[in-house]
Design a protein around this ligand. Structure first.
Ligand code: IMP
Ligand code: MG
Length: 184
């Protein structure tokens, strides 16, 4: 199907193969995840930790669906190594100011692909002795990685296509799209 003029206006003429998750589907899923997180943490301090930049829109919507007290902070990780596949190395380029000790941490990721980012970050964050730590990922490319029990809250099992929008980028473009699309 040809890309609609309305979408082309947002992408600057770049064609997309399809809209994989539209605004309504995303909103419904985010509400479900918020309810699940609310129910999982009946007490204790909850810190929602967004991994930038990809999680910025998702986190903004998600925290408004969590009906209990919480705090928000962010971290910026950088994986170095060449190419488009993620290397094993992850380092923090912005480290949250907030103390993690004794708190329930929900690390919010846009998408889990090989799982390298999540695995490395969990290792780093565990050293700070949180009460518990879980990952909430809007999208999970489950075929791309082995078991990842830390990824406790999952929105959609994503196809292995390259997805953009709702925070996800291709070379920093398309993060602002209100839907998630498969790039042509
Ligand atoms: P992982 O370390 O291989 O799990 O890679 C996770 C990171 O790769 C995500 O936080 C995204 O920034 C990026 N990524 C993986 N798949 C996609 C995609 O389909 N679209 C946009 N970014 C992606
Ligand atoms: Mg990215």
């Amino acid at each position: 199907m040809p890309t609609s003029p309305e979408v082309l206006r947002r992408t600057g003429g770049r064609q997309i193969a399809s809209i994989v998750y539209d605004e309504a589907a995303i909103a419904g899923k985010v509400a479900e995840l918020g309810a699940e997180i609310t129910a999982t943490y009946p007490d204790g301090d909850l810190l929602v930790l967004g991994l930038l930049k990809g999680s910025f829109i998702f986190l903004g919507d998600l925290v408004r669906k969590i009906e209990r007290p919480l705090q928000v902070d962010f971290l910026v990780a950088s994986s170095y190594g060449a190419g488009t596949t993620s290397s094993g190395d992850v380092r923090l380029v912005y480290d949250p100011e907030t103390r993690l000790e004794g708190k329930h941490i929900v690390l919010v990721e846009d998408i889990v692909d090989t799982g390298n980012t999540v695995r490395r970050l969990m290792g780093l964050l565990r050293e700070r002795h949180p009460a518990s730590i879980a990952v909430c990922a809007l999208l999970d490319k489950a075929e791309m990685h082995g078991p990842l029990p830390e990824v406790r809250f999952i929105g959609f099992r994503a196809p292995t296509a390259f997805l953009v929008g709702y925070g996800l980028d291709h070379a920093e473009d398309f993060r602002h799209l209100p839907f998630i699309a498969d790039l042509m």
